[in-house]
Structure formats: structure tokens, C-alpha cells
Ligand binder design. Structure first.
Ligand code: MG
Length: 452
């Protein structure tokens, strides 16, 4: 049954599907941590769940097939259903058992994709930090007629071809080389046909594009993402660990999960980054030779009372008779927060980014604008680590709303609530807030930037 999602209900019949491979045994990591990489804990969830969230957030897919190890599929599927329920995920989920090789797992997953789906994306759960933008780019190329689109990055190192004894045989031209990633996007019918024809016991490949190439289809490379790292070795895990705060480590340790049996292993296993400003955190971790530097941003905004907009703070509607005069939805708190984020990455202010002279922003949702700004933060390879905000108003009294605002900001920013603080204060009846003429907000954010 393909019920589609609210975001793509009209196109549900041909909507693309996403196949997430979480069936690997991860032997190298398992030896270190006691569990396969896709089940390491990240934000108190299995690591593969980060890919599910990103897939769902694109609102482009008719459904998602999760491929789990056959021996634990029922248990894993039950957990995925529970997480989907907890997070209100409406994306239809289906489950498949992994096969002996990666390509066999893909084959099993594809069997659960409706034949009406025009395109399919195949993704390895060991790359949890791909962006929504990457998916949109690939789907756009497929819609334009490409049969296969895969992300790739230029290779920085000189690559040598060597024999089994380490003797160099050749030095390929680096300019011609690309290190490819997942998700990889395909015409669904052609990929299934390629699997049917070429997925044989004596033909083992490491990605699906290889089968499409062998079947004679043109495979196109789009720009990959440095943040889209693959977690393969214990060193990758330690690098992720390095960006993890002590407090989150303790929070994670309170959760029993798939971690290993020793104290040391459990700590490492659950030591995923504190923030799912994820692409950025992975970017920070990806280049282990890079230094990270702390960065901060500060924002301030004021809105006048008495307009036509209902009062919204941090994306939460406030039940009050006070109204706001504003071009957008007038969420003074998110405006201050966006300015702080832009300050942190050196990108000016929201007036430059979303000019109030532009009719496109009339009544604009500040939550949608914040999502755009968070996209810029990720692109800047900055990992947001903390946000502290203050709302200044004589009235209404905001104490009853502070927790709801905090939770919503944490969700919007991809931070744990322990790294979001919301304060509210009056100005003792002084100034324009004291005269009930308006409301103001300040925001400070902190992050880690990769030194250029
Ligand atoms: Mg404003």
C-alpha cells in the first residue's frame, strides 16, 4: 500500500522511493564497539535513523524501505515503527531482509518498492549525514532525463594502483577521479532490470552505479558533500567522539541500546556527535587534519504590537490578545535567532537574505526561513552546539510558554534540549516594552567551525 505523504500526496503514484541499507554486519566496528555501525546510538536513536529523518524531511518520497540484518529484522522493524510513531513520521515504511552481499540487500529492498515509482534512491546507513539539498539535486537531474545520478567528490590524494605485494602498477590521472557516495539515484525500472541481468554470484560490485554502467547506461556524477562521510573504522568513530560533549555522553549513557558490553565500548558506541546539525558535525569530523575553532553569533530584533499578525514566538502560537505588526509572520524570537546564526557564519543578516521589500516574504513562515538559514550553516561546515535566547516583553506573561518554545527550538535547530535555553524578562515597565508598544528578543549561538 502506498499511502504517500502530505507533502507529495498528489504525486504518490510515481513518487520516488528510498531504500536504506542497514543490513551490514560492520565487522570492523563491531569488533570495537560490539554493534554494527548502523545501530550505534546517535541522539538516543540508532544511527540509521538520521538517514530516515533526512529522507522524510525532503517530502519527496512515496515511501522508504529499510533493509535490516535477517536475524534481527523483526526487532529492528519494531523499533523503527516505534520511533516513527514517537516522531509523527508519516512516510510509509517497509522492511526487507538483507542478503549475503550489499547488492543482494539492494535487490531484496527493491522488491518492496512499488512498480509505479519512477525513481529510487539507494543509500548506505553508514553515511548518516547527507543533506536534503543533495536529494533534491539528484531527483531534479533524474526528472530531467538522467537514468543514474550519483554524488562524487574530486580526489585530493594522488591515487596509485598497486598489486597485492604493494608494487605500484599505475598512477591514474587524479583529475579524472571521483570518490563516490550514496544516496545514489536511479530510474527504478532500469535499476531493477540491471539487477535482474547482472547481479550474479560471480559479479560482486560495491555500488549500484556499477551495475548500471555494466548494463550500458550513462551514470552522471553530481557534486558530493564533504560532510557525507562514511563511518567505517574505529578511527571514524573516535573522530565523531571528539566533537561530542561530556554532558551528552552522560545523557547517551543513560540509554540502553545496542552498545557493546564493556564500559569503554559503550562510551565509544554512544559517542556520536551532540548535534544533528549533522552534516556540519560530520564535516568537522571528516577531515581529521583540520582544526576546529569555536564561533559565536548574536542577534536582536524588535516588533511593534498592534498589527494583524497573531503573536508567535519560536514557532509557538501564544494565546494572547497582543498582536504583531510585521511583514513576515513576525516571530521576533526566530528573527533574532536567524541573525545570530548568520552572524556565526559571517553571512550578514536576515534583512539582506529575506528583504521585507520582497512580496515573496509577505506573511512568510519564520520556521521555513530558519530552515533555509540552517541550510547555510550546514553549507558553511559549522556545527551548531548551543543556543541561548531571551524574550523581552512587559506583557504577555511568557512563563507558561517557555518550555514549549525550548522544545520547538531544539527540534528546529537539531540540538538536544540541554543545549537550548529560553529566558523571558520584562524591563520593569521602562522603555517601549514597558509602555506595551512592542516586544524584543536577543539570541546568542555557539558552534564549531572548521578552520579554512
Ligand atoms: Mg523582525
Amino acid at each position: 500500500m502506498n499511502t504517500g505523504t502530505a507533502g507529495c500526496a498528489a504525486a504518490a503514484d510515481t513518487a520516488p522511493w528510498f531504500v536504506l541499507l542497514a543490513a551490514g554486519r560492520g565487522t570492523r566496528l563491531a569488533a570495537h564497539t560490539g554493534c554494527a555501525k548502523q545501530f550505534l546510538r546517535y541522539k538516543n536513536r540508532p544511527l540509521y535513523w538520521q538517514s530516515v529523518r533526512t529522507c522524510a524531511a525532503t517530502q519527496r518520497f512515496g515511501g522508504l524501505v529499510l533493509v535490516f540484518p535477517p536475524e534481527t529484522m523483526e526487532e529492528n522493524a519494531a523499533e523503527a515503527r516505534e520511533l516513527a510513531g514517537k516522531e509523527g513520521l508519516t512516510l510509509p515504511l517497509r522492511f526487507a531482509k538483507g542478503g549475503a552481499r550489499r547488492q543482494d540487500s539492494v535487490c531484496n529492498g527493491l522488491q518492496h518498492v512499488p512498480e509505479s515509482a519512477a525513481f529510487v534512491c539507494i543509500h548506505d546507513a553508514a553515511r548518516p549525514f547527507f543533506s536534503e539539498e543533495l536529494v533534491h539535486t539528484m531527483l531534479a537531474r533524474l526528472a530531467e532525463g538522467a537514468t543514474a545520478v550519483i554524488p562524487g567528490l574530486a580526489v585530493k590524494d594522488t591515487i596509485k594502483q598497486a598489486d597485492s605485494e604493494g608494487r605500484v602498477l599505475a598512477t591514474p590521472d587524479r583529475a579524472m577521479l571521483r570518490a563516490v557516495q550514496t544516496p545514489q539515484g536511479f530510474d527504478r525500472a532500469l535499476l531493477q532490470a540491471a539487477h535482474a541481468a547482472l547481479n550474479t554470484p560471480d559479479n560482486t560490485v560495491t555500488d549500484d552505479a556499477s551495475l548500471m554502467e555494466a548494463a550500458g547506461h550513462t551514470v552522471w556524477i553530481c557534486e558530493g558533500e564533504e560532510a557525507n562521510v562514511k563511518i567505517t573504522t574505529a578511527a571514524d568513530l573516535r573522530a565523531l567522539d571528539d566533537s561530542h560533549s561530556q554532558s551528552d555522553r552522560h545523557a547517551a549513557a543513560r540509554n540502553e541500546g545496542h552498545a557493546g558490553s564493556t564500559g569503554e565500548s559503550r562510551d565509544s558506541a554512544q559517542g556520536a556527535p551532540a548535534s544533528p546539525s549533522d552534516a556540519a558535525s560530520a564535516a568537522v569530523s571528516a577531515d581529521r587534519n583540520a582544526l576546529t575553532v569555536p564561533c559565536t553569533g548574536w542577534g536582536y530584533d524588535v516588533h511593534r504590537y498592534g498589527g494583524t499578525r497573531p503573536l508567535v514566538l519560536g514557532g509557538i502560537a501564544i494565546d494572547t490578545t497582543y498582536t504583531i505588526a510585521a511583514h513576515s509572520d513576525g516571530d521576533v524570537l526566530l528573527h533574532a535567532l536567524m541573525d545570530a546564526l548568520l552572524g556565526m557564519i559571517g553571512k550578514g543578516d536576515i534583512g539582506e537574505l529575506f528583504p521585507d521589500s520582497d512580496p515573496a516574504y509577505d506573511g512568510a513562515s519564520s520556521v521555513a526561513l530558519l530552515n533555509e538559514v540552517m541550510g547555510l550553516v550546514r553549507k558553511a561546515h559549522v556545527q551548531l552546539t548551543h543556543a541561548d535566547v531571551t524574550i523581552i516583553a512587559q506583557k504577555p506573561r511568557l512563563k507558561p510558554w517557555k518550555q514549549a518554545i525550548r522544545s520547538n527550538l531544539a527540534r528546529l535547530l537539531g540540538l538536544d534540549e540541554s543545549h537550548v535555553n529560553v529566558k523571558a524578562t520584562t524591563e520593569e515597565g521602562l522603555g517601549f516594552t514597558g509602555e506595551l508598544l512592542g516586544i524584543k528578543a536577543c539570541a546568542t549561538v555557539a558552534g564549531l567551525a572548521r578552520q579554512q
